[in-house]
Ligand binder design. Sequence first.
Ligand code: GLN
Length: 543
Amino acid sequence: MTRYVFITGGVVSSLGKGIAAAALGALLQARGYAVKLRKLDPYLNVDPGTMSPTQHGEVFVTDDGAETDLDLGHYERFTGVHATQLDNATTGRIYSEVILRERKGDYLGATVQVIPHITDAIKDVILRGTESFDFVLIEIGGTVGDIESLPFLEAIRQLGNDLGPERSMFVHLTLVPYISSAGELKTKPTQHSVKELLNVGIQPKMLLCRCDRPIPDAERRKIAAFCNVRPEAVIPALDVPSIYWVPIRYHEQGMDREVLRHFGLPFEAAPDLSRWWNIVNAMDTAEGEVRIAIVGKYTNLLDSYKSLAEALTHGGIANRVRVQIDWVDSEEFEKPSAVQRLEDVHGILVAPGFGERGTPGKIEAVRFARERRVPFFGICFGMQMAVIEAARNLGGLPEASSTEFGPCKHPVVGLVTEWSRGNQVERRTETDDKGGTMRLGAYPAVLEAGSLVRSLYGDKASINERHRHRYEVNVNYRQMLEATGLRFCGMSPDGELPEIIELPGHPWFVGVQYHPELKSKPFDPHPLFAAFIGAAVRQARLV
Ligand code: GLN
């Protein structure tokens, strides 16, 4: 029997609803249940792929090529269960599906309305393909009280009725602020938020209360009484030093026990949390610190490189060191000799990105890493920058560039209009729609025997990694680029698309066209991030 837990948020955004959902998933998994997490987002974009990372944070890409909300990254990092196209839907996607069906005449003359047509489509999205799981956790994006979220709340209210309490549960995340002038924790915002939910017919069965200090018993009971929730199901959610503490702390407060109790499932036996203890112990006992510069364009909103920052943390866990990230805006590097800022870092990572702005600084950062022999990791755009740097500064082609920035004499990075995926040919053109038309999702790469990268992947001949880009390193320049010292050590199976470059003789210099950060887990750090941090440890002379 599949059970559905709906997670809503109130009071303010950014309380960590995605992490709360992911942590509950991890706890249920630690008790042996099969879990699936799914997110519904109330905005009108069909997917977040067209949104600036500074607006909405990173776009998380799934194996099957969906561009999704960054919370799906948390779900994967906490449960190891890979998300699919079905696991993130927006208002935009749901309306466009309903409107498409209306045009086809599928509604047989009916007036098409939010209730029941949109709500039915939402219910369908929630239930689709979930039969084999014990628990499906559905996070509703946004904050209750938003106009946009109403159809979603109505749909889950109806589902609560359709499924009954034995198969559904509502969990609500709120904030309990401390007001310093009064010296008190305030429960009123939580009460109001629950009232908002009651207005749309939803009675939460559990409250997760974010708070910067312990919530005294009297306050906990007060929240329970006013919000009509069992006191044991008012779960304090205190700030933690790392998000990987969250499953442990939620468990200590009784989160998984209360969910199982609600469903009438046994809860006496303790879950196996050894995975989470190993992670937090590795972080707590880390010795020494390495500093990694992330050179990018969207450094003013940390969420824009969420998976990257997490993957670096995982690399730290693998090496038992702390990783301190120095976020560097590449435009800063356009000032003469500003690269000196990189003097005291132990690794330089040039981040994914789009558009010409900020690229001269990224190219300078690559040059600094290459010449000064600082461990370098170029990801997607970062690998393209490394190729341009080599062509310009070593290959004697000062006009080498990417056609992403307009026509150029030496397009060492260019648009490839056709490529194969299995037996299928996929195509794109310069004028295609911007949404969903990049090379997206998992593609194989063949690794060259004897290369550093192949050894890091445990000597595998072929790997599968996730992509999200429109341009490719131009294979026609391979010979010229290899003459500069770069080695093309990973290629698409047809040999047309360069996937990985390395620079033999340099302490650690790797560029990848894909996004390894998307598959890294705290309990299974990605080999390239583990090795990059390992090289930074050597650079810092910590070993
Ligand atoms: N802008 C580059 C491209 O589209 C790189 C994209 C990225 O870094 N994800 O190919």
